[in-house]
Design a protein around this ligand. Structure first.
Ligand SMILES: Cc1cc2nc3c(=O)[nH]c(=O)nc-3n(C[C@H](O)[C@H](O)[C@H](O)COP(=O)(O)O)c2cc1C
Length: 170
């Protein structure tokens, strides 16, 4: 096992990829070697000392490749420190209200419970109207979601910093 940390992500329009890059930068700046990679091409968790896995949320689900990574590598992930994040709600209103009770994809809850992540978090996301297809615009209107970039970088960086601090003592 190497001493590297993996940040793997599922992202359709790149917003979660940028969150993953920022998390990677904070952990790298804290002195760790880090790989940031789309979940579809990420190496096995066996190659890392810790894994941070996240995804953009679409209709309450993670992107397929991120969900697949979690399921496929359950046994390896259960052996090491793991943190999970979702990038979802667009809107500046109260996060709890925007989430409406959602905290993690229902279909992945059982596998996540077996992995026992050290942390699971939901970050506000971003959605660019110019990138939206017809169907996506229809959904966004239906769920009354706002367009724009609501990613809260200080919150994301603080979460990553906490991970780096933990990694130094375990
Ligand atoms: C069709 C569609 C459905 C979405 N469904 C949800 C959802 O169920 N819950 C949520 O919090 N955000 C939802 N979002 C917002 C996205 O998760 C958010 O824009 C995210 O940051 C996108 O990340 P990505 O660019 O990495 O794919 C949805 C966005 C679209 C376009």
């Amino acid at each position: 096992m190497s001493d590297k940390v993996l940040v793997a992500y599922g992202s359709k329009h790149g917003m979660t990829g940028e969150i993953a890059e920022r998390i990677g930068k904070v952990i790298r700046d804290a002195g760790f070697a880090v790989d940031v990679s789309p979940a579809g091409t990420a190496k096995s968790p066996a190659d890392y000392r810790a894994v941070i896995l996240g995804s953009g949320v679409y209709a309450g689900m993670w992107r397929r490749q991120a969900a697949k990574y979690l399921r496929t590598h359950e046994a390896e992930l259960a052996k090491k420190p793991v943190w999970l994040f979702s990038s979802g709600p667009t809107g500046s209103g109260d996060l709890e209200k925007l989430l409406g009770g959602w905290s993690f994809p229902g279909g992945l809850r059982a596998v996540a419970e077996r992995i026992k992540p050290r942390g699971t978090v939901v970050f506000r996301g971003a959605f660019d109207e110019a990138k939206a297809g017809f169907f996506e615009k229809w959904i966004m209107k239906k769920v009354k979601a706002e367009y724009g970039d609501f990613r809260d970088w200080p919150v994301i960086e603080a979460w990553a910093q906490e991970i780096a601090t933990t990694l130094k003592v375990i």
